[in-house]
Design a protein around this ligand. Structure first.
Ligand SMILES: Cc1cc2nc3c(=O)[nH]c(=O)nc-3n(C[C@H](O)[C@H](O)[C@H](O)COP(=O)(O)O)c2cc1C
Length: 322
């Protein structure tokens, strides 16, 4: 199955191998330099889809220094070089757009978050967002998505995993709000995701692929739970998502103490049972045989291979050769 094409909205991928977003810290004032373009091109040889590393939608949402930015129109030509280089190798490429919320660093201002609650101990001070802040962040996601489209990315992924801002809204541990975006109902916890998905859809058009990286479980007491996944995924599909990229929530991209290849399959299985859009599984998958087995078992429709592809740029070529 790994070599079979798959459709995401109107886009057909040549196979089901995905390079998931992995921050390199190589950006030059927010732009991808030539060495980063070469890095992505080197991994595009037989890969179906590359999801480029997270890019912040506004400077206040920057997660780390030397992170890519999607916050300025002036960056579009530099991204165009990246998308051209990947397309020349036959792969599709999405931009991942993100706001770090409480995890923002080096921005010169106090990070904002749903309820003024820190995610990791290293960032202690964070300000609870007003509804005006929320509307501004939503608009920044829309502008960033339009820039990605203008730079010839084949789609855009909204980052809602690994403890970043949208994940902070989703997790009951970090969303203690009352009112519209409240942390006590699934509707409240997913309201900002829905607003962003709908607003991005209205801006980019019906045919343009939109993915959401969903931090589907926190693996922490009192955090988001596996039982909520089907309902949440149906909400995202209805709001306009074309691809569900499942990963961890406040636990980030691993499950403490678990090293089974495809460790998040217990999250993708309930997601797949709930929606008809494709589901992407990433985490600990290092060989083509492991990827094929997870597809055969129905754990996902696409397989993400991160660190193994980081180490071996020709991973996809070798996996397809068997
Ligand atoms: C160095 C590094 C940077 C990462 N940066 C991002 C990122 O920018 N956005 C994101 O959603 N996930 C990020 N991740 C998580 C990966 O996309 C992936 O989920 C994780 O590496 C697990 O897959 P693997 O076991 O195949 O590496 C990063 C992971 C690593 C190791």
């Amino acid at each position: 199955m790994l070599q079979e094409p798959i459709r995401i909205n109107h886009l057909t991928l040549r196979n089901r191998i995905v390079m998931p977003p992995m921050a390199t810290g190589k950006a030059d004032r927010g732009a991808p330099p030539e060495k980063l373009v070469a890095y992505y091109a080197a991994r595009a040889g037989a890969t179906g889809l590359i999801i480029a590393e997270h890019a912040y939608v506004s400077p206040e949402g920057m997660a780390h220094g030397n992170q890519l930015s999607m916050a300025e129109d002036s960056l579009i030509p530099a991204y165009r070089r990246l998308t051209d280089a990947v397309h020349a190798k036959g792969a599709a490429v999405f931009a991942q757009i993100s706001h770090a919320g409480a995890l923002a660093q080096d921005t010169g201002t106090a990070p904002i978050s749903p309820s003024g609650i820190s995610v990791w101990a290293r960032v202690t001070e964070t300000l609870a967002m007003s509804e005006a802040d929320i509307a501004r962040v939503r608009d920044c996601f829309v502008s960033a998505a339009l820039r990605a489209k203008a730079a010839a990315f084949d789609g855009v992924e909204i980052h809602g995993a690994h403890g970043y801002l949208l994940n902070q809204f989703y997790s009951p541990l970090t969303n203690h709000r009352t009112g519209a975006y409240n942390g006590s109902t699934l509707e409240g916890r997913t309201k900002l995701h829905v607003e962003i998905l709908q607003a991005v859809r209205a801006a980019v058009g019906e045919d343009y692929p939109i993915a959401i990286r969903f931090g589907a479980a926190d693996y922490k007491p009192g955090g988001s739970a596996i039982g909520e996944i089907p309902a949440a995924c149906r909400i995202f599909e209805k709001a306009g998502a074309d691809l569900l990229d499942i990963s961890g929530g406040l636990c980030s991209y691993t499950i403490p103490g678990v090293s089974t290849p495809g460790w998040f399959s217990e999250l993708t299985l309930p997601a797949k049972s709930a929606v008809s859009i494709p589901v992407l599984l990433t985490g600990g998958i290092a060989t083509g045989a492991q990827a094929e087995q997870l597809l055969q078992e129905g754990a996902a429709d696409l397989i993400g291979v991160g660190r193994a592809m980081l180490k071996e740029p020709d991973w996809a070529v070798q996996a397809l050769r068997g």
